[in-house]
Design a protein. Structure first.
Length: 255
């Protein structure tokens, strides 16, 4: 069975020691805002963050939102409460995808966030015998929660990429149809010029319009190979254009 962050996170939350979770929460919760500050300070040092982060956004919305997320890590949950927590991580991942937050920045910030929480746990009065288990639990909780976010993030990005590719293909089809009508009109105009020459009393072969210089002829000569690479029909079309031109000039030559 392929690895699933949601299943792993559900198992971790269901099996977590409630007393240890409460103890960790008691050590970290009072400093949730400062942990959030450290997170955003670290990622705001990177130029990539400037496109979607500024001090006002951090101060008015994101700082408190991340502090709530930190406190939410250490709530004792059972049954449907675990499912609700997992769903919230998916929603966060979806939001990250919609504003296209670089995953590298999130990774950097999460590393800072974990170090800050570890520091507050070590500095607390937690029993030294529980310290290692507390650090391990925090590490797993953060990694699995952010891993679930990132999986949703990547899934959304791939879905968007597929949608964009599909849209490009649709537009390509429309564009090809428009080009086809333009090329057909070019041939029709060339045909009209030939008919006009046929009904004139005197015909100068130099007046015969070159089919190779019509939009259709230029498209066959210069563009068709780029679109239909390796298609033998392109060479056949080029030969036909040359034959048509030679035949017409010969037909209009009074000699």
């Amino acid at each position: 069975m392929p690895y699933d962050d949601a299943i792993a996170l559900r198992s971790l939350l269901a099996d977590a020691d409630p007393e240890l979770l409460t103890t960790i929460g008691g050590a970290v919760d009072p400093y949730a805002e400062s942990v959030s500050d450290e997170f955003y300070s670290s990622i705001q040092e990177h130029d990539d963050a400037h496109a979607f982060l500024d001090n006002e956004v951090v101060e008015t919305r994101l700082r408190d939102s991340l502090a709530r997320w930190v406190r939410d890590l250490f709530v004792v949950r059972r049954g449907s409460q675990i499912d609700e927590y997992i769903e919230r991580q998916s929603v966060v991942g979806d939001r990250h995808a919609r504003i296209n937050v670089p995953l590298g920045l999130i990774t950097v910030g999460i590393g800072v966030l974990k170090k800050a929480m570890f520091r507050h746990i070590v500095d607390s009065d937690i029993d030294r015998g529980d310290l290692a288990n507390a650090i391990i639990l925090v590490d797993e909780l953060v990694d699995l929660s952010t891993g679930l976010m990132n999986r949703v993030y990547m899934s959304d990005l791939l879905s968007d990429a597929r949608d964009q590719q599909s849209l490009k293909l649709q537009y390509a089809g429309v564009d090809m149809a428009i080009q086809t009508e333009g090329l057909r009109a070019s041939l029709f105009d060339w045909h009209r010029q030939i008919l006009r020459l046929l009904i004139e009393d005197s015909i100068n072969p130099r007046q015969v319009p070159s089919i190779r210089k019509t939009n259709f002829g230029l498209w066959v000569t210069h563009k068709a190979e780029l679109i239909f690479q390796g298609a033998k029909e392109i060479d056949q079309l080029k030969e036909i254009l040359v034959d048509v031109e030679k035949t017409l000039i010969g037909a209009f030559d009074p000699r």
